[in-house]
Ligand binder design. Structure first.
Ligand code: GDP
Length: 369
């Protein structure tokens, strides 16, 4: 190609050979731009960024991203950490602690719409506070919102508007927590912002940013989502995620179990009832997820026999490791957590063992319901 045009978003020379390289635009669009002698052409990536507020995610240990976090620590900023309430432990960013510096830090728990209607929000916040303190993070405030359903956004938006008068606001989060959905919900709630989204790069890095003016001289800045190996979303295909990620509020399903029985949550979770009185345990997961009850003594054989048919997902291609378990003996009614899949409410004074692939997303909390 003799003629060269540059993307007006990122300045890269437009090309249609390699979608992975900068400046990519499908051939048809590039030819059209050349024929029309367009002067305002965006590469595909900048186009998506501008129109859908999508920023390319980064790996956990991306040097540019660590440098970016570091630079936030040196500023007077507000750090807003968006987390997925349904996969909380995997959406916390432990390294954030080192980078916040003396900055204000708040947590926004997203996807509250998935929790059953009778969930007490104060209990959810208590649990989030305990967990984040355990990771060395001390949020000043905790918001519970649903970006998708536009619930509880007003408090957060007012808070951001107030803080944004004095400082920049950085949104950070792992991928799939709903950060872009939330940013878009905030923009659409403030109609004056609709057309003023500006995209840019963080100085000295290859990272994209979305900068939304929030007051005279201050911005709300969306940073790239961090891909964590511990998130199911990083392993499952889009279709599998559809099967696992609930779309509607979780509906309880109670199973009467006695010691020596096992429940499988497809191939993504296993729950062994080891000791205690026969009791009801309540599963909260996507309604169509395959749940199978069997005898503990047959569980290993059942898993080996059916992991590639009944117990899907995950499929062998998903590259999730073997099931690893953790034993819990709660002293109060508790929720055993299977991050990204759901939780099982158990009575006190029983002993159970919970498994997930590689043990990711396992945890326990005081029962929320
Ligand atoms: P990002 O990677 O953090 O930017 O996440 P996205 O905004 O792309 O959202 C990830 C997934 O979570 C998508 O499937 C969204 O539809 C879903 N999602 C986002 N916000 C909510 C929410 O408030 N409730 C529910 N149930 N799902 C949500």
């Amino acid at each position: 190609m003799d003629e060269q045009i540059k993307c007006i978003g990122c300045g890269s020379t437009l090309q249609s050979e390699d979608p992975k390289k900068s400046g990519y635009l499908p051939n048809s669009a590039l030819e059209k731009a050349l024929a029309n002698e367009d002067s305002d052409v965006y590469c595909q990536r900048c186009f998506r960024l501008r129109h859908y507020n999508e920023i390319m995610p980064v790996e956990e240990n991306n040097d540019d991203f660590l440098a970016l976090l570091n630079s936030i620590g040196e500023k007077n900023a507000l750090v807003v950490n968006v987390v997925d309430l349904f996969d909380f432990s995997n959406s916390l960013i432990p390294s954030l602690k080192r980078f916040i510096g003396g900055n204000e830090y708040v947590l926004v728990g997203n996807k509250i719409d998935l929790f059953p209607k009778n969930t007490k929000e104060s209990k959810v916040k208590d649990w989030m506070r305990q967990e984040s303190n355990r990771s060395g993070l001390q949020p000043e405030k905790i918001f519970l919102v649903s970006a998708a359903k536009k619930r509880n956004l007003e408090d957060l938006i007012n808070f951001l508007a107030k803080k944004g008068k004095k400082k920049d606001i950085y949104f950070v989060g792992t991928t799939n927590v709903g950060k872009s959905t939330l940013i878009n919900a905030i923009i659409s709630a403030r109609s004056e912002l609709k057309d003023v989204i500006t995209t840019s790069k963080f100085p000295g890095t290859t990272l994209d940013a979305i900068k939304i003016p929030i007051s005279e001289g201050h911005y709300l800045i969306d940073t790239p989502g961090i891909m964590s190996k511990n998130q199911l979303a990083s392993h499952l295909t889009g279709k599998e995620l559809e099967m696992v990620a609930p779309k509607k509020p979780l509906k309880p399903a109670t199973y009467q179990l006695k010691p020596g029985q096992t429940l499988f949550l497809a191939g993504l979770g296993r729950f062994d009832f080891l000791e205690g009185e026969a009791s009801g345990v309540t599963v909260y997961a996507e309604r169509n997820l395959y749940i199978h009850r069997t005898k503990l003594e047959n569980a290993d054989a059942f898993y080996q026999k059916h992991k590639d048919d009944l117990l899907l997902p995950p499929s062998p291609e998903d590259d999730l490791g073997p099931m690893k378990g953790q034993t819990f003996s709660p002293k109060t009614k508790s929720d055993v957590l299977f991050g990204g899949v759901g939780f099982i409410t158990v009575p006190k004074d029983i002993v159970i063992k919970a498994y997930t692939p590689e043990g990711i997303g396992l945890g326990i909390r005081r029962a929320l319901i």
